[in-house]
Design a protein around this ligand. Structure first.
Ligand code: HEM
Length: 461
Protein backbone atom coordinates (compact mmCIF):
# COMPACT_ATOMS: atom_id res chain seq x y z
CA UNK A 1 0.00 0.00 0.00
CA UNK A 2 1.49 3.30 -0.96
CA UNK A 3 -0.36 5.72 1.32
CA UNK A 4 0.47 8.40 -1.22
CA UNK A 5 -1.35 11.63 -0.84
CA UNK A 6 -1.57 13.19 -4.27
CA UNK A 7 -5.03 14.69 -4.04
CA UNK A 8 -6.69 17.57 -5.74
CA UNK A 9 -9.58 19.58 -4.42
CA UNK A 10 -12.86 18.60 -6.08
CA UNK A 11 -13.64 20.95 -8.91
CA UNK A 12 -16.38 23.51 -8.23
CA UNK A 13 -19.76 22.81 -9.83
CA UNK A 14 -19.44 25.54 -12.53
CA UNK A 15 -16.35 23.95 -14.02
CA UNK A 16 -17.48 20.40 -13.60
CA UNK A 17 -19.28 20.18 -16.93
CA UNK A 18 -17.94 17.30 -18.92
CA UNK A 19 -19.16 15.50 -22.00
CA UNK A 20 -20.82 13.13 -19.62
CA UNK A 21 -23.10 15.78 -18.12
CA UNK A 22 -21.10 16.39 -14.98
CA UNK A 23 -20.11 12.85 -14.13
CA UNK A 24 -16.81 13.04 -12.23
CA UNK A 25 -13.54 12.58 -14.11
CA UNK A 26 -11.66 9.35 -13.80
CA UNK A 27 -9.69 6.74 -15.67
CA UNK A 28 -12.03 6.29 -18.62
CA UNK A 29 -11.03 5.72 -22.21
CA UNK A 30 -9.61 2.39 -21.21
CA UNK A 31 -11.40 -0.63 -22.60
CA UNK A 32 -14.02 -1.77 -20.12
CA UNK A 33 -12.41 -5.13 -19.72
CA UNK A 34 -8.99 -3.52 -19.16
CA UNK A 35 -10.42 -1.45 -16.39
CA UNK A 36 -12.00 -4.45 -14.76
CA UNK A 37 -8.80 -6.46 -14.86
CA UNK A 38 -6.82 -3.62 -13.41
CA UNK A 39 -9.32 -3.40 -10.60
CA UNK A 40 -9.14 -7.04 -9.67
CA UNK A 41 -5.42 -7.67 -10.23
CA UNK A 42 -3.99 -4.77 -8.21
CA UNK A 43 -6.71 -2.86 -6.39
CA UNK A 44 -4.25 -0.84 -4.27
CA UNK A 45 -2.53 0.55 -7.39
CA UNK A 46 -5.92 1.12 -8.98
CA UNK A 47 -7.02 3.24 -6.02
CA UNK A 48 -3.71 5.15 -6.19
CA UNK A 49 -4.57 6.02 -9.74
CA UNK A 50 -8.12 7.01 -8.81
CA UNK A 51 -6.79 9.39 -6.17
CA UNK A 52 -4.87 11.32 -8.82
CA UNK A 53 -8.22 12.50 -10.30
CA UNK A 54 -9.47 14.21 -7.16
CA UNK A 55 -11.89 13.48 -4.34
CA UNK A 56 -14.79 12.28 -6.48
CA UNK A 57 -13.73 9.89 -9.23
CA UNK A 58 -15.89 8.33 -11.93
CA UNK A 59 -15.13 5.18 -13.93
CA UNK A 60 -16.73 1.93 -14.90
CA UNK A 61 -16.28 -1.70 -13.91
CA UNK A 62 -17.88 -4.33 -16.09
CA UNK A 63 -20.08 -1.62 -17.68
CA UNK A 64 -21.32 -0.51 -14.28
CA UNK A 65 -20.93 3.22 -13.54
CA UNK A 66 -18.84 3.66 -10.42
CA UNK A 67 -17.83 6.60 -8.25
CA UNK A 68 -15.17 6.56 -5.55
CA UNK A 69 -15.33 9.17 -2.82
CA UNK A 70 -12.08 10.24 -1.14
CA UNK A 71 -13.01 13.22 1.01
CA UNK A 72 -14.34 12.88 4.61
CA UNK A 73 -17.03 15.54 4.11
CA UNK A 74 -18.41 13.65 1.12
CA UNK A 75 -18.28 10.37 3.04
CA UNK A 76 -20.39 12.08 5.69
CA UNK A 77 -22.82 13.26 3.02
CA UNK A 78 -23.27 9.72 1.69
CA UNK A 79 -23.41 7.88 5.02
CA UNK A 80 -25.09 10.44 7.25
CA UNK A 81 -26.63 13.67 5.99
CA UNK A 82 -28.07 12.26 2.74
CA UNK A 83 -28.15 8.60 3.69
CA UNK A 84 -31.71 8.25 2.34
CA UNK A 85 -30.43 8.85 -1.18
CA UNK A 86 -28.10 5.88 -1.03
CA UNK A 87 -28.89 2.18 -0.66
CA UNK A 88 -26.77 -0.92 -0.21
CA UNK A 89 -25.47 -2.67 -3.30
CA UNK A 90 -27.96 -5.10 -4.67
CA UNK A 91 -25.89 -8.26 -4.42
CA UNK A 92 -28.38 -10.24 -6.45
CA UNK A 93 -26.89 -8.34 -9.45
CA UNK A 94 -23.90 -10.57 -8.86
CA UNK A 95 -25.97 -13.70 -8.32
CA UNK A 96 -25.17 -13.64 -4.62
CA UNK A 97 -27.94 -14.81 -2.34
CA UNK A 98 -26.16 -14.28 0.97
CA UNK A 99 -28.59 -13.75 3.88
CA UNK A 100 -30.94 -11.47 1.93
CA UNK A 101 -33.22 -11.08 4.95
CA UNK A 102 -30.42 -10.34 7.40
CA UNK A 103 -29.75 -6.93 8.92
CA UNK A 104 -26.72 -6.21 6.73
CA UNK A 105 -28.64 -6.20 3.45
CA UNK A 106 -32.27 -5.44 4.13
CA UNK A 107 -33.57 -1.99 3.26
CA UNK A 108 -36.39 0.39 4.11
CA UNK A 109 -39.04 -0.54 6.66
CA UNK A 110 -37.83 -4.14 7.02
CA UNK A 111 -34.33 -2.93 7.90
CA UNK A 112 -35.67 -0.31 10.32
CA UNK A 113 -37.73 -2.88 12.21
CA UNK A 114 -34.90 -5.39 12.35
CA UNK A 115 -32.45 -2.77 13.55
CA UNK A 116 -34.87 -1.71 16.29
CA UNK A 117 -35.36 -5.32 17.37
CA UNK A 118 -31.65 -6.11 17.38
CA UNK A 119 -30.46 -2.89 19.02
CA UNK A 120 -31.16 -3.86 22.67
CA UNK A 121 -29.03 -7.00 22.28
CA UNK A 122 -26.03 -4.75 21.57
CA UNK A 123 -26.47 -2.25 24.37
CA UNK A 124 -23.57 -1.84 26.73
CA UNK A 125 -25.11 -3.61 29.71
CA UNK A 126 -25.91 -6.62 27.52
CA UNK A 127 -22.56 -6.64 25.81
CA UNK A 128 -20.84 -6.72 29.19
CA UNK A 129 -22.39 -10.08 29.90
CA UNK A 130 -20.37 -11.55 27.02
CA UNK A 131 -17.15 -10.21 28.54
CA UNK A 132 -16.56 -13.35 30.58
CA UNK A 133 -16.68 -15.55 27.50
CA UNK A 134 -14.41 -13.17 25.60
CA UNK A 135 -11.72 -13.08 28.28
CA UNK A 136 -12.20 -16.78 29.13
CA UNK A 137 -11.65 -18.04 25.59
CA UNK A 138 -8.70 -15.64 25.20
CA UNK A 139 -7.14 -17.10 28.35
CA UNK A 140 -7.69 -20.65 27.01
CA UNK A 141 -5.92 -19.70 23.78
CA UNK A 142 -2.94 -18.32 25.71
CA UNK A 143 -2.80 -21.56 27.72
CA UNK A 144 -2.63 -23.52 24.47
CA UNK A 145 0.39 -21.54 23.21
CA UNK A 146 3.73 -23.25 23.87
CA UNK A 147 6.51 -20.97 25.02
CA UNK A 148 8.65 -20.11 21.97
CA UNK A 149 6.06 -21.44 19.53
CA UNK A 150 5.46 -19.63 16.22
CA UNK A 151 1.76 -19.25 15.49
CA UNK A 152 -0.25 -18.12 12.45
CA UNK A 153 -1.96 -15.27 14.30
CA UNK A 154 -4.71 -14.83 11.72
CA UNK A 155 -5.74 -18.49 12.06
CA UNK A 156 -5.63 -18.56 15.84
CA UNK A 157 -7.65 -15.36 16.13
CA UNK A 158 -10.15 -16.59 13.58
CA UNK A 159 -10.75 -19.67 15.75
CA UNK A 160 -10.97 -17.49 18.83
CA UNK A 161 -13.48 -14.97 17.47
CA UNK A 162 -15.61 -17.80 16.10
CA UNK A 163 -15.68 -19.45 19.53
CA UNK A 164 -16.68 -16.17 21.13
CA UNK A 165 -19.39 -15.51 18.54
CA UNK A 166 -20.87 -19.03 18.68
CA UNK A 167 -21.07 -18.69 22.45
CA UNK A 168 -22.48 -15.14 22.44
CA UNK A 169 -24.91 -15.60 19.55
CA UNK A 170 -26.17 -19.11 20.07
CA UNK A 171 -24.78 -20.37 23.38
CA UNK A 172 -22.83 -23.02 21.48
CA UNK A 173 -19.44 -24.57 22.09
CA UNK A 174 -17.87 -24.96 18.62
CA UNK A 175 -15.70 -27.86 19.79
CA UNK A 176 -18.27 -29.68 21.78
CA UNK A 177 -21.21 -30.25 19.45
CA UNK A 178 -22.28 -31.13 15.93
CA UNK A 179 -24.13 -27.78 15.80
CA UNK A 180 -20.86 -26.06 16.70
CA UNK A 181 -19.04 -27.92 13.95
CA UNK A 182 -21.72 -26.82 11.47
CA UNK A 183 -21.07 -23.19 12.46
CA UNK A 184 -17.33 -23.66 11.83
CA UNK A 185 -17.98 -25.16 8.40
CA UNK A 186 -20.34 -22.32 7.47
CA UNK A 187 -17.82 -19.69 8.58
CA UNK A 188 -15.10 -21.38 6.49
CA UNK A 189 -17.33 -21.65 3.43
CA UNK A 190 -18.21 -17.96 3.74
CA UNK A 191 -14.54 -16.99 3.81
CA UNK A 192 -13.71 -19.18 0.90
CA UNK A 193 -16.49 -17.67 -1.17
CA UNK A 194 -15.65 -14.14 -0.21
CA UNK A 195 -12.16 -14.52 -1.64
CA UNK A 196 -11.97 -12.78 -5.04
CA UNK A 197 -8.80 -14.67 -5.99
CA UNK A 198 -10.94 -17.76 -5.85
CA UNK A 199 -13.06 -16.20 -8.61
CA UNK A 200 -16.10 -17.83 -7.05
CA UNK A 201 -17.29 -14.39 -5.93
CA UNK A 202 -18.03 -13.58 -9.55
CA UNK A 203 -19.68 -16.90 -10.30
CA UNK A 204 -23.36 -17.02 -9.38
CA UNK A 205 -24.27 -19.45 -6.61
CA UNK A 206 -26.38 -21.60 -8.91
CA UNK A 207 -23.36 -22.63 -10.99
CA UNK A 208 -22.32 -25.97 -9.48
CA UNK A 209 -18.57 -25.44 -9.08
CA UNK A 210 -17.04 -27.52 -6.25
CA UNK A 211 -16.69 -24.43 -4.08
CA UNK A 212 -20.32 -23.53 -4.68
CA UNK A 213 -21.43 -27.04 -3.81
CA UNK A 214 -19.42 -26.85 -0.59
CA UNK A 215 -20.82 -23.41 0.11
CA UNK A 216 -24.40 -24.48 -0.49
CA UNK A 217 -23.99 -27.59 1.64
CA UNK A 218 -22.41 -25.61 4.49
CA UNK A 219 -25.08 -22.90 4.31
CA UNK A 220 -27.85 -25.48 4.19
CA UNK A 221 -26.38 -27.17 7.22
CA UNK A 222 -26.05 -23.87 9.07
CA UNK A 223 -29.63 -22.89 8.26
CA UNK A 224 -30.94 -26.25 9.41
CA UNK A 225 -28.95 -25.94 12.65
CA UNK A 226 -30.25 -22.47 13.44
CA UNK A 227 -33.82 -23.41 12.45
CA UNK A 228 -33.61 -26.35 14.86
CA UNK A 229 -32.29 -24.14 17.68
CA UNK A 230 -35.08 -21.64 17.07
CA UNK A 231 -37.74 -24.38 17.03
CA UNK A 232 -36.36 -25.93 20.24
CA UNK A 233 -36.50 -22.57 21.93
CA UNK A 234 -39.99 -21.79 20.73
CA UNK A 235 -41.04 -25.03 22.45
CA UNK A 236 -39.04 -24.59 25.62
CA UNK A 237 -38.31 -21.78 28.00
CA UNK A 238 -36.26 -19.18 26.13
CA UNK A 239 -35.01 -17.73 29.42
CA UNK A 240 -32.69 -20.70 29.71
CA UNK A 241 -30.30 -18.95 27.37
CA UNK A 242 -28.50 -15.68 27.73
CA UNK A 243 -27.40 -15.08 24.17
CA UNK A 244 -28.20 -12.86 21.20
CA UNK A 245 -30.68 -15.32 19.74
CA UNK A 246 -32.63 -15.30 23.03
CA UNK A 247 -32.58 -11.49 23.03
CA UNK A 248 -33.92 -11.33 19.49
CA UNK A 249 -36.61 -13.90 20.21
CA UNK A 250 -37.69 -12.10 23.38
CA UNK A 251 -37.82 -8.80 21.48
CA UNK A 252 -40.55 -10.39 19.39
CA UNK A 253 -42.60 -11.80 22.25
CA UNK A 254 -45.30 -9.22 21.63
CA UNK A 255 -46.05 -11.02 18.37
CA UNK A 256 -44.28 -8.48 16.16
CA UNK A 257 -40.93 -10.22 16.21
CA UNK A 258 -38.70 -11.41 13.41
CA UNK A 259 -39.86 -14.30 11.29
CA UNK A 260 -37.83 -17.50 11.53
CA UNK A 261 -36.22 -16.66 8.19
CA UNK A 262 -35.24 -13.22 9.41
CA UNK A 263 -33.88 -14.65 12.66
CA UNK A 264 -31.83 -17.19 10.79
CA UNK A 265 -30.50 -14.69 8.23
CA UNK A 266 -29.66 -12.31 11.04
CA UNK A 267 -27.66 -15.02 12.83
CA UNK A 268 -25.87 -15.76 9.56
CA UNK A 269 -25.21 -12.04 9.14
CA UNK A 270 -23.73 -11.69 12.62
CA UNK A 271 -21.56 -14.71 11.97
CA UNK A 272 -20.31 -13.20 8.72
CA UNK A 273 -20.00 -9.58 9.88
CA UNK A 274 -18.58 -10.29 13.33
CA UNK A 275 -16.07 -13.07 12.82
CA UNK A 276 -13.28 -12.24 10.36
CA UNK A 277 -13.53 -8.49 11.00
CA UNK A 278 -12.68 -8.83 14.69
CA UNK A 279 -10.10 -11.52 13.98
CA UNK A 280 -8.31 -9.22 11.51
CA UNK A 281 -8.31 -6.33 13.95
CA UNK A 282 -6.62 -8.64 16.49
CA UNK A 283 -4.17 -9.97 13.90
CA UNK A 284 -2.95 -6.57 12.71
CA UNK A 285 -2.88 -5.09 16.21
CA UNK A 286 -0.76 -7.96 17.53
CA UNK A 287 1.54 -7.63 14.53
CA UNK A 288 1.91 -3.88 15.15
CA UNK A 289 2.66 -4.48 18.84
CA UNK A 290 5.24 -7.12 17.89
CA UNK A 291 6.95 -4.56 15.64
CA UNK A 292 6.75 -1.82 18.30
CA UNK A 293 7.97 -3.44 21.52
CA UNK A 294 8.17 -0.06 23.25
CA UNK A 295 4.44 0.44 22.76
CA UNK A 296 3.78 -3.16 23.81
CA UNK A 297 5.78 -2.60 27.03
CA UNK A 298 3.85 0.54 27.88
CA UNK A 299 0.58 -1.20 27.14
CA UNK A 300 1.59 -4.14 29.34
CA UNK A 301 2.37 -1.73 32.19
CA UNK A 302 -1.03 -0.07 31.76
CA UNK A 303 -2.86 -3.40 31.76
CA UNK A 304 -0.84 -4.86 34.68
CA UNK A 305 -1.79 -1.87 36.75
CA UNK A 306 -5.51 -2.15 35.95
CA UNK A 307 -6.00 -5.91 36.17
CA UNK A 308 -5.90 -7.89 39.40
CA UNK A 309 -6.46 -11.52 38.55
CA UNK A 310 -5.13 -13.52 35.62
CA UNK A 311 -7.83 -12.29 33.29
CA UNK A 312 -9.26 -8.83 32.76
CA UNK A 313 -12.93 -8.08 33.17
CA UNK A 314 -15.04 -5.57 31.33
CA UNK A 315 -14.58 -2.82 33.87
CA UNK A 316 -10.80 -3.23 33.85
CA UNK A 317 -10.44 -2.41 30.20
CA UNK A 318 -12.74 0.60 30.05
CA UNK A 319 -10.86 3.86 30.19
CA UNK A 320 -7.42 2.38 29.48
CA UNK A 321 -6.04 5.21 27.39
CA UNK A 322 -3.21 3.48 25.60
CA UNK A 323 -5.26 0.38 24.87
CA UNK A 324 -7.87 2.62 23.31
CA UNK A 325 -5.30 4.46 21.19
CA UNK A 326 -3.60 1.27 20.06
CA UNK A 327 -6.95 -0.09 18.81
CA UNK A 328 -7.78 3.18 17.02
CA UNK A 329 -4.39 3.39 15.36
CA UNK A 330 -4.42 -0.24 14.30
CA UNK A 331 -7.86 0.03 12.66
CA UNK A 332 -6.74 3.27 11.00
CA UNK A 333 -3.86 1.50 9.27
CA UNK A 334 -5.65 -1.81 8.70
CA UNK A 335 -9.41 -1.26 8.65
CA UNK A 336 -10.90 -4.79 8.65
CA UNK A 337 -13.90 -3.55 6.61
CA UNK A 338 -11.79 -1.58 4.18
CA UNK A 339 -14.35 -0.20 1.72
CA UNK A 340 -18.02 0.74 2.19
CA UNK A 341 -20.36 0.22 -0.75
CA UNK A 342 -23.41 2.27 -1.63
CA UNK A 343 -25.67 2.75 -4.63
CA UNK A 344 -27.34 6.05 -5.60
CA UNK A 345 -31.12 5.62 -5.38
CA UNK A 346 -31.69 8.86 -7.27
CA UNK A 347 -29.66 11.49 -9.09
CA UNK A 348 -27.45 13.20 -6.53
CA UNK A 349 -24.87 15.96 -6.40
CA UNK A 350 -21.54 15.15 -4.82
CA UNK A 351 -18.64 17.60 -4.57
CA UNK A 352 -19.91 19.57 -7.56
CA UNK A 353 -20.52 16.55 -9.79
CA UNK A 354 -23.67 14.84 -10.93
CA UNK A 355 -24.02 11.25 -9.89
CA UNK A 356 -26.87 9.54 -11.78
CA UNK A 357 -29.22 7.11 -10.06
CA UNK A 358 -27.91 3.51 -9.95
CA UNK A 359 -24.24 4.57 -9.85
CA UNK A 360 -22.36 2.35 -7.42
CA UNK A 361 -20.19 4.16 -4.91
CA UNK A 362 -17.16 3.03 -2.97
CA UNK A 363 -15.93 4.77 0.18
CA UNK A 364 -12.50 3.30 0.86
CA UNK A 365 -11.41 3.57 4.48
CA UNK A 366 -8.06 2.03 3.61
CA UNK A 367 -7.22 5.13 1.51
CA UNK A 368 -8.90 7.87 3.51
CA UNK A 369 -7.35 6.61 6.77
CA UNK A 370 -3.88 7.12 5.24
CA UNK A 371 -4.44 10.51 3.67
CA UNK A 372 -1.64 12.96 4.48
CA UNK A 373 -4.13 15.83 4.61
CA UNK A 374 -5.52 14.46 7.87
CA UNK A 375 -2.67 12.40 9.28
CA UNK A 376 1.01 13.27 9.74
CA UNK A 377 3.26 10.39 8.72
CA UNK A 378 0.11 8.55 7.61
CA UNK A 379 1.79 5.16 7.14
CA UNK A 380 3.38 5.10 10.59
CA UNK A 381 1.97 3.36 13.65
CA UNK A 382 1.71 6.17 16.20
CA UNK A 383 -0.95 5.44 18.81
CA UNK A 384 0.05 8.60 20.67
CA UNK A 385 -1.42 10.73 17.87
CA UNK A 386 -4.93 9.99 19.21
CA UNK A 387 -5.08 12.82 21.76
CA UNK A 388 -8.41 14.53 22.47
CA UNK A 389 -7.11 17.58 20.67
CA UNK A 390 -6.23 15.61 17.59
CA UNK A 391 -9.64 13.91 17.54
CA UNK A 392 -11.37 17.26 17.80
CA UNK A 393 -9.38 18.63 14.88
CA UNK A 394 -9.91 15.56 12.66
CA UNK A 395 -12.78 15.74 10.13
CA UNK A 396 -15.31 13.25 11.50
CA UNK A 397 -15.22 10.90 8.55
CA UNK A 398 -11.46 10.87 8.09
CA UNK A 399 -11.75 7.81 10.38
CA UNK A 400 -14.70 5.43 10.02
CA UNK A 401 -13.71 1.80 10.65
CA UNK A 402 -17.30 1.03 11.71
CA UNK A 403 -19.03 3.08 9.02
CA UNK A 404 -21.40 5.85 10.00
CA UNK A 405 -24.97 7.14 9.99
CA UNK A 406 -28.04 4.94 10.45
CA UNK A 407 -26.29 1.84 9.09
CA UNK A 408 -23.15 2.04 11.19
CA UNK A 409 -21.91 -1.24 12.65
CA UNK A 410 -24.38 -2.54 15.21
CA UNK A 411 -21.64 -4.78 16.63
CA UNK A 412 -19.17 -1.96 17.30
CA UNK A 413 -19.30 -2.11 21.09
CA UNK A 414 -19.24 -5.88 21.04
CA UNK A 415 -16.17 -5.80 18.78
CA UNK A 416 -14.38 -3.11 20.81
CA UNK A 417 -14.94 -4.96 24.07
CA UNK A 418 -13.73 -8.17 22.50
CA UNK A 419 -10.64 -6.48 21.04
CA UNK A 420 -9.74 -4.90 24.34
CA UNK A 421 -10.33 -7.96 26.50
CA UNK A 422 -8.37 -10.23 24.17
CA UNK A 423 -5.48 -7.77 23.75
CA UNK A 424 -5.30 -7.15 27.50
CA UNK A 425 -5.15 -10.91 28.09
CA UNK A 426 -2.47 -11.34 25.44
CA UNK A 427 -0.12 -8.58 26.59
CA UNK A 428 -0.49 -9.70 30.19
CA UNK A 429 0.71 -13.21 29.45
CA UNK A 430 2.77 -13.08 26.25
CA UNK A 431 5.24 -11.17 24.13
CA UNK A 432 5.15 -11.44 20.36
CA UNK A 433 7.85 -11.24 17.73
CA UNK A 434 7.10 -10.96 14.01
CA UNK A 435 9.15 -13.54 12.15
CA UNK A 436 8.77 -12.51 8.47
CA UNK A 437 10.87 -9.83 6.75
CA UNK A 438 8.09 -8.10 4.89
CA UNK A 439 5.05 -6.53 6.54
CA UNK A 440 1.73 -8.33 6.01
CA UNK A 441 0.22 -7.56 2.63
CA UNK A 442 -3.55 -7.10 2.84
CA UNK A 443 -5.58 -8.74 0.12
CA UNK A 444 -8.76 -7.25 -1.21
CA UNK A 445 -11.16 -10.00 -0.21
CA UNK A 446 -14.49 -9.53 1.55
CA UNK A 447 -12.45 -8.27 4.48
CA UNK A 448 -8.85 -7.08 4.70
CA UNK A 449 -7.22 -10.52 4.93
CA UNK A 450 -3.43 -10.80 4.85
CA UNK A 451 -2.03 -12.43 1.71
CA UNK A 452 0.08 -14.81 3.81
CA UNK A 453 -0.25 -16.02 7.37
CA UNK A 454 0.91 -13.46 9.93
CA UNK A 455 3.45 -15.53 11.84
CA UNK A 456 4.34 -14.47 15.36
CA UNK A 457 6.70 -16.10 17.85
CA UNK A 458 5.15 -16.23 21.31
CA UNK A 459 7.18 -15.86 24.50
CA UNK A 460 5.23 -16.46 27.66
CA UNK A 461 5.66 -14.22 30.65
C1 HEM B 1 -13.58 -4.95 14.29
C2 HEM B 1 -14.74 -5.54 14.00
C3 HEM B 1 -15.78 -4.95 13.08
C4 HEM B 1 -15.66 -4.03 12.07
C5 HEM B 1 -14.40 -3.28 11.62
C6 HEM B 1 -16.99 -3.83 11.51
C7 HEM B 1 -17.28 -2.92 10.49
C8 HEM B 1 -18.55 -2.67 10.01
C9 HEM B 1 -18.86 -1.65 9.05
C10 HEM B 1 -17.88 -0.70 8.37
C11 HEM B 1 -20.21 -1.68 8.84
C12 HEM B 1 -21.02 -0.76 7.93
C13 HEM B 1 -21.22 -1.39 6.58
C14 HEM B 1 -21.94 -0.46 5.62
O1 HEM B 1 -22.28 0.67 5.98
O2 HEM B 1 -22.18 -0.89 4.49
C15 HEM B 1 -20.74 -2.75 9.66
C16 HEM B 1 -22.08 -3.12 9.70
C17 HEM B 1 -22.55 -4.18 10.44
N1 HEM B 1 -21.85 -4.93 11.36
FE1 HEM B 1 -19.90 -4.71 11.85
N2 HEM B 1 -17.87 -4.65 12.15
C18 HEM B 1 -17.20 -5.35 13.12
C19 HEM B 1 -17.73 -6.25 14.02
C20 HEM B 1 -19.05 -6.65 14.05
C21 HEM B 1 -19.62 -7.60 14.99
C22 HEM B 1 -18.85 -8.27 16.13
C23 HEM B 1 -20.93 -7.78 14.63
C24 HEM B 1 -22.00 -8.65 15.27
C25 HEM B 1 -21.85 -9.47 16.23
C26 HEM B 1 -21.18 -6.91 13.50
C27 HEM B 1 -22.40 -6.82 12.85
C28 HEM B 1 -22.70 -5.88 11.88
C29 HEM B 1 -24.02 -5.75 11.26
C30 HEM B 1 -25.23 -6.60 11.53
C31 HEM B 1 -23.92 -4.68 10.36
C32 HEM B 1 -25.05 -4.10 9.50
C33 HEM B 1 -25.81 -3.06 10.26
C34 HEM B 1 -26.92 -2.41 9.48
O3 HEM B 1 -26.86 -2.36 8.25
O4 HEM B 1 -27.87 -1.94 10.13
N3 HEM B 1 -20.03 -6.25 13.17
N4 HEM B 1 -19.71 -3.32 10.38
Amino acid sequence: MSGQSTHHEPRPAETADTDDGGFPPGPDGLPVLGNTLQFTSDPAAFYDELASYGDVVGYSVARQRMTTVLHPDLVEQVLVTESDSFGKWDLSDFGNQFAPEGLLLTEGEQWREQRTQAQPAFQLDRIRSYGDAMAGYARDMVEEFDDGETVAANERFSELTLRILADSLLDLDVDGSEAGAAITRAARALNERADPDGLSTFVPTWVPTPSNRRYKRAMGEFEATVDRLIAERRDADADEHDDLLAMLMQAGDGGDGMSDTELRDTMLTFLFAGHETTSLALTYTTYLLAEHPDVADRLRAEVDEAVDGDRPDTFDVFGLELLDRVCSESMRLYPPAYVIFREAREDVELGGYEIPADTKLTLPQFRIHRDGRWYDAPDEFRPERWTDRFEESLPEYAYFPFGGGPRHCIGMRFAMLELKLVLATLVRHCRFEYVADEPPQPRFAASYQPEDDVRLRVTKR
